[in-house]
Design a protein around this ligand. Structure first.
Ligand SMILES: [Zn+2]
Length: 135
């Protein structure tokens, strides 16, 4: 089944361009140094619009997970049940990413474990970011 391919908008285009180069970026406010993701037009802390892109080290921890068993997305139906892990970024645990945690059995996502970003190539040759146990 084809994976959901994200459609970048103006704000997220630099993030997705970086993913294609196997880099994980978040925004950083040049006024107060807050990191944030997903990308926004202004800083969530001080509302400054002077944001730059910061390359993370791609390390995090699994905070929690849910399992999708009854999604109405027809292209994901055959893949169910689908783990959906919430990963916090080690550089700033306020930043969360969602990932299906490939390689982990449904309902058995290891909460608390250290993870690292990985990049999976889709059938069209583009890359998406996912998370796996740190190696
Ligand atoms: Zn700020």
């Amino acid at each position: 089944m084809p994976k959901l391919i994200p459609v970048p908008d103006e704000l997220s285009q630099p993030f997705w361009d970086a993913v294609q180069q196997r880099k994980l970026l978040v925004q950083r406010c040049t006024a107060c140094s807050t990191l944030q993701y997903p990308p926004k037009a202004a800083c969530q802390e001080c509302n400054a619009t002077t944001l730059e892109w910061h390359e993370t080290d791609g390390k995090g921890h699994v905070l929690e997970f849910v399992v999708l068993q009854d999604t109405h997305l027809p292209f994901r139906g055959p893949d169910q049940p689908i783990n959906l892990a919430i990963v916090t970024l080690d550089e700033d645990p306020r930043i969360n990413f969602f990932s299906n945690m490939p390689g982990e059995e449904p309902f058995k996502v290891p909460v608390g474990v250290a993870v690292e970003v990985m990049f999976e190539e889709l059938t069209d040759g583009s890359l998406i970011h996912e998370w796996r146990r740190a190696q």
